[in-house]
Design a binder for this molecule. Structure first.
Ligand code: NAI
Ligand code: MG
Length: 338
């Protein structure tokens, strides 16, 4: 396995080191190549994602990313020039975010019941494509637009992926989350696409919710969800809610997939670079380790993925929730268990 590793900034290198520890414990054939990208490179050299680096990244089977960002970098530079650029250039149209409440993990909800959902967020369209502009900037007549782009092709491929995942899960249930009553143009395309693709998956039952109602149900009845499919912006927001109710940012894993397999997919914890705790050895690497599990699963290494997930499940069920996290100790435990 040729793996490109972008450790990034802040706690990124700390959690990635533990992710690699667990990965090499189950997959000794990994050849990893580190890439220096992120806030520190930009501050040093002004470079974000040079074309030569992008070409090299394309030569790998997968990418593992820690976190990118630093308070000294103006907002938007790294997001647009590096993170979103990677997603668009490598056609990461599926943003996969499982949210499972593991045994032993305390949810902030009083009585959550079992939660095991797979959120599938579109990754290359919607309002995140930079389709907009501004005129009369810094005047009282300033105009700013940010147009949501939705294509039949782009919606269909992510909806199809969601059905494929749903049909392979025990509950075989799929919920479309959108705001079709107000965003009628894009909403209609999403609804019609789900309806059309559903004909090919008669075993999957389909539900629809407006994003505002869904935000409420994520808190009051998260157990109702199995697979969720939604657009880029709604997915960004609701997956943070899903992460919160299943134990928080230290556990939330994600994959940015090119489901066609043409480009390498990229796996990363949902959290950022956490400058407030960086360098203190107390970041929880579990989200990164679960992202490694997604990586292995995506590459068809099902048994290795199972070992990683089982190690995390066992560790969480036996952790003292009040004991402080030591990053390297968690990694050592998970590597030994895997
Ligand atoms: P953050 O996720 O970095 O931190 C939010 C809070 O969660 C902080 O209190 C932090 O200490 C805590 N936290 C995060 N990860 C943790 C872990 N593994 N274990 C324990 N606690 C953890 O989000 P924030 O503070 O909004 O952003 C910090 C920087 O990260 C910014 O520059 C932001 O742009 C960047 N960022 C990068 C992302 C990426 O690389 N994909 C995603 C989100 C933010
Ligand atoms: Mg987000």
């Amino acid at each position: 396995m040729r793996l490109a590793v972008i450790s990034g900034d802040g706690i990124g290198p700390e959690v990635v080191a533990e992710g690699l520890k667990v990965l090499t414990a189950v997959a000794p054939d990994v050849e990893s190549t580190p890439y220096d990208l992120g806030a520190s490179r930009w501050l040093r050299t002004g470079e974000l994602l040079p074309e030569t680096v992008l070409d090299e990244l394309r030569q790998h089977d997968a990418i593992l990313l820690g976190a990118i960002g630093d308070p000294s970098v103006p907002s938007g530079i790294l997001e647009r020039g590096l993170l979103l650029k990677l997603r668009f250039e490598l056609d990461h149209h599926v943003n996969l975010r499982p949210a499972k409440l593991f045994d032993g993990v305390q949810s902030p909800l009083a009585d959550p019941g079992p939660i095991d959902m797979l959120c599938i967020r579109e990754g290359t369209e919607g309002p995140y494509v930079g389709n907009g502009g501004v005129i009369r900037r810094d005047t009282p007549q300033e105009v700013a637009t940010e147009v949501s782009l939705n294509t039949a092709f782009g919606v269909e491929r992510v909806v199809r992926y969601a059905f494929e995942r749903a049909v392979a899960r025990p509950r075989r249930h799929l919920t479309l989350i959108h705001k079709t009553n107000v965003l009628t143009h894009a909403g209609s395309l999403w609804s019609r696409t789900v309806e059309e693709v559903s004909a090919e998956f008669p075993e999957v039952t389909v539900a629809y919710q407006h994003v505002d109602a869904a935000s409420m149900f994520f808190i009051t009845d998260p157990g109702r969800y199995d697979v969720i499919v939604t657009d880029n912006l709604f997915g960004d927001i609701i997956t943070d809610v899903a992460a919160a109710v299943t134990g928080g940012i230290g556990l939330a894993a994600s994959g940015n997939l090119d489901a066609s397999g043409t480009h390498p997919s990229m796996f990363e914890p949902v959290h950022g670079s956490a400058p407030d705790i960086a360098g203190q050895g107390k970041a929880d690497p579990t989200a990164t380790v679960l992202s490694v599990g997604l990586l292995l699963e995506h590459l068809g290494r099902t048994e290795q993925a199972r070992k990683v997930n089982a190690a995390v499940a066992f560790d969480l069920s036996t952790r003292d929730p009040k004991a402080p996290i030591r990053t390297t100790e968690v990694g050592d435990r998970l590597a030994a268990l895997a």
